[in-house]
Design a binder for this molecule. Structure first.
Ligand code: PLP
Length: 226
């Protein structure tokens, strides 16, 4: 198993994350790598679990729910990273340990609960396209405020995807500025940053990422969506 291409890619990414952390003067243990397994078969997720992966990410509710059910005995932490529909939000809560795409107060209202807390991140949209998901401007603070006040949600910080056509380090610096405002004005403990994907995780580590969401650099190419 340890000789498989998947094992080799996972080991290479882990080394690169650790190297980037050291370069940035950070402790690699402060960085959680979430392996994004969207469109990948459960067999691949089982192999990842055997290789020691504990955190996996998915972006579509039905697929995530089915995989989480089938693989329940593995004790993985499921992170939901895709756009979240209001009517699906409570169902996502049931299997997710982290929801990275909370981008409007309406979702916070649906996710609030007396049940055990779920970690959440307020997603920031760094593009000019409102269809991309994520809050912008002062709405980031409003959503964070709602999440901070809601029972059953533990606000961890902000999440973002670096836009095409912008240097990722510059994009991540914009997220960090917003994060500093959230921490100063709304939620002192919510300083985590879910930033960095296959193409830009090194820049994200330098910018202070606490959670990386890495797909293809570890899994290889994704099969076409079902
Ligand atoms: C697919 C996806 C990722 C992983 O992307 P890769 O480029 O394969 O690393 C990370 N974050 C989100 C929100 C995604 O949808």
């Amino acid at each position: 198993m340890s000789g498989s291409p998947l094992a080799a890619r996972l080991a290479a990414v882990r080394n690169q994350v650790a190297d980037a952390a050291r370069e940035a003067g950070r402790d690699p243990d402060g960085i959680t790598t979430i392996v994004v397994t969207k469109f990948q078969p459960v067999s691949l997720i089982r192999e990842l679990a055997e290789l020691g992966v504990r955190d996996v990410g998915e972006n579509r509710h039905q697929e995530a729910q089915a995989k989480a059910r089938e693989l329940e005995s593995l004790g993985l932490r499921w992170h939901f990273v895709g756009q979240l529909q209001r009517k699906k939000a409570r169902q996502v809560r049931a299997y997710a340990s982290g929801i990275h795409s909370v981008d409007r107060v309406e979702l916070v209202d649906v996710l609030a609960s007396d049940e055990a807390s779920v970690d959440c991140f307020v997603q920031v949209n760094l593009t000019d396209d409102p269809g991309r998901g994520g809050a912008t401007g002062d709405d980031v603070l409003r959503v964070a405020e709602a999440a901070q006040a809601a029972p059953g949600l533990r606000l961890r910080g902000l999440m973002a995807v670096a836009p095409l056509g912008e240097e990722p380090g510059a994009a991540f610096d914009r997220v960090r500025e917003m994060s500093e405002r959230v921490v100063a004005d709304v939620a002192p403990g919510a300083s985590d940053l879910s930033i960095g994907m296959s193409g830009d995780f090194r820049e994200a580590v330098h910018a202070g990422a606490t959670h990386l969401r890495i797909g293809t650099a570890i899994t290889g190419n994704r099969p076409a969506p079902a």
